[in-house]
Design a protein around this ligand. Sequence first.
Ligand SMILES: *[C@@H]1O[C@H](CO)[C@@H](O)[C@H](O)[C@H]1NC(C)=O
Ligand SMILES: *[C@@H]1O[C@H](CO)[C@@H](O)[C@H](O)[C@H]1NC(C)=O
Ligand SMILES: [Cu+2]
Length: 231
Amino acid sequence: MKSIVSFALFSVFVAQTIAHYTIPSLVVNGVTTAPWVNIRQTNNFNSQAPVTDVTSPDLRCYTSVTNATATTINVAAGSQLGIMSNGEMYHAGVVNVYMAKAPTTAAGWAGNGAVWFKVYQIPAVTNGGTSISFPGANIPGVTFTIPKSLPSGQYLVRMEQIALHVASTFGGAQFYLSCAQINVTGGGNGKPGPLVSIPGVYTGNEPGILINIYYPVPVTYTQPGPAVWTG
Ligand SMILES: *[C@@H]1O[C@H](CO)[C@@H](O)[C@H](O)[C@H]1NC(C)=O
Ligand SMILES: *[C@@H]1O[C@H](CO)[C@@H](O)[C@H](O)[C@H]1NC(C)=O
Ligand SMILES: [Cu+2]
């Protein structure tokens, strides 16, 4: 009997450790959207497995198999946008949110070229080598403000959590990511930048991607990617 109970507990543990997570919903005007309605369904919607090759086209929206598109949702400039995982992003890691403005509509747009700017980030917190903590981990998702001066129009919004629990060897960092489609209303005349390509923004050798977070405890942490554009 004892062994059956132990096996059951062990099975739950295994299921959780291989389950990972996806990022399928938005929160707009305080309402959480249904999974994969306003966010393109990613290849890993079943497996929940991360992207680990930063040169892969899947680093952008992770839709090479699903070819998914989504329904574009209105979001007012200056309002809050939430981006939610399907549970909790439990791996130690950091968060970046990028946006890119579609030439016409977001629905059919792939997001090619140096068109992506960063609007939000949650780095690791260090204090000179005694500890490192991850405010971007053990949270269900993130909420940030769409800059008021962002020009109106349709955008892809790409969130990534870069999980760093096994990132001490090249290719070990795990990218959990997806792309939403939003229509920014009531925007301004801002000029977002710096602009980067995805893939292209990372080599995998960045000190914030190729990193042993355990020992020695990092003295500092350098967030991957460009500076945040705040509008
Ligand atoms: C996705 O697109 C590729 C390339 O055009 C195609 O081979 C594949 O069958 C498509 N997959 C789905 C699920 O539509
Ligand atoms: C986007 O918002 C504008 C108003 O700024 C509106 O005219 C347009 O119909 C919206 N497009 C979509 C696809 O909702
Ligand atoms: Cu995982």
